[in-house]
Structure formats: structure tokens, C-alpha cells
Design a protein around this ligand. Sequence first.
Ligand code: HEC
Length: 215
Amino acid sequence: MAKGFLHLHTTVIFLFVIFFAVKVFLLLAGKNEQLNKLRDKKFIDIVLGVLILLTGGYLFAINVEKPTWLIVKLVVVIALIPLGIVSMKKENKALALVTLVGFLYFIGVSYTKSLTFSKPKIEVKENVDAESQIQNETQSIEEKGKAVFETACTACHGADGKLMAGGAKDITLSKLTVDERIVLITKGKGLMQAFGGSLTEEQIKAVATYTTTLK
Ligand code: HEC
């Protein structure tokens, strides 16, 4: 739902800014005849403007976090819209250009989620975390164990558990119970390092269970 709104919001903004940019171009180029033709199509501005405000308002309302860039964007963009209208009415080239640059700047701000266009490191990470959490919740124990196994264990045991790199044992032949495997994985044994510090209890249990399915 929110994704659909975001999509619509982005699309109407692009159309609106492109439409405005064409008018600014015609104004700067002194092509008044064509410009007047476009300006007569007021309904385009009205429809796009209303859609932008509706979708934007909805997205703003459902967004729990309201970071600074979003507030600044909201305030300035709402101020830019009448500025754009006035600049066209008065055929003020400088004002029209400033408004256009303002719109483009805030497209960049929205895209990077930053007023200075710096990379949105933390937010991206949060998204990834949230995503993998959802994935974790829907994953079965076996899938979870498989994922852990593939990242932490295959170097020595191979994807099928049969590789015996660096003195590792063939897991498919192991007679250990799940509980014994949990202890072994947590504490390590011989050349196999302990995973108690790098994996959670839940992950260890999942991967231990998964190893019993390797045959
Ligand atoms: C650095 C290489 C290495 C990695 C990484 C590694 N192991 Fe091992 N694994 C070994 C070695 C070596 C042994 C044999 C230990 C011994 O008996 O002294 C072993 C033994 C085992 C055994 C016992 C087999 C048996 O019958 O005794 C299990 C189960 C096992 N590993 C599971 C895992 C799991 C699960 C992971 C990933 C979380 C993992 N291992 C990661 C090297 C590794």
C-alpha cells in the first residue's frame, strides 16, 4: 500500500517537474507562443499538484520517523509551488529558474534522504536489518540453519558436509545428537573454532539441527 503511494508520488512529481522544466525552458528561450499554449493547460498543473499533495500528505502521515530532511523538504516544496506559479505568471526568468533548481534539489534530497546528498548509510542498514528480520521470522528452522551453515561452515565442511578441509570431519557420518552438536559448535573442538561468540543460541540450534539433515 505505502509502496504504491510512494511510486505514484514519485511519478507525479517527475511529471510535474518535467512539465515545469519545459515551461521554464520555453520562457528562457523566449518562445512565448508555445509557452502560452502550455500555460493554458492549467488542469495538468492542478491534477498533478493535487496528486502530489495527497500522496505526499498520506506518506508523511504514515511515516513514523520524520527526519529533518523530510520536514525541510515539505516546507520548502510547499513554498516553491506558489513561487513557480508566480514566476510563470510574471514571466520572471530568474525566479522560474530558481524554482526549477529548487525542485530538482529536493528530488535529490528525497532520493538520497539527505539535505547534503550524503549517502544514507544508517537508514539503508536499518532497512536491510528490518528486511532480514522479516525474512528470519518467516524462515523455518531448517532454512535458517542452512543459511548459517552456508556462511559459517562450508569453508571446512563443504556445502554437503562431506568436505574435510583442514582436518574437519565428514558431518554426514557424524553420530552426534543435536544437543551434542550444539555443545560442539558453541565451544569448538580441536581445529574447529568455537561459534558461541559469533552466532546466537538460536542460530547454533538451527545450524545444529540442519547438520542432522545432511546425509
Ligand atoms: C575451521 C574449519 C571449520 C569450520 C569453519 C567449522 N568446522 Fe566443524 N569441524 C571442524 C573440525 C576440524 C572438526 C573435527 C573436530 C574434532 O573432532 O576434533 C569438526 C567437526 C564438526 C562436527 C562433528 C562431527 C563429528 O562427528 O564429530 C560438527 C557437527 C561440525 N563440525 C559442525 C560444524 C558447523 C555447524 C559449523 C559452522 C557453524 C562448523 N562445523 C564449522 C572444522 C570446522
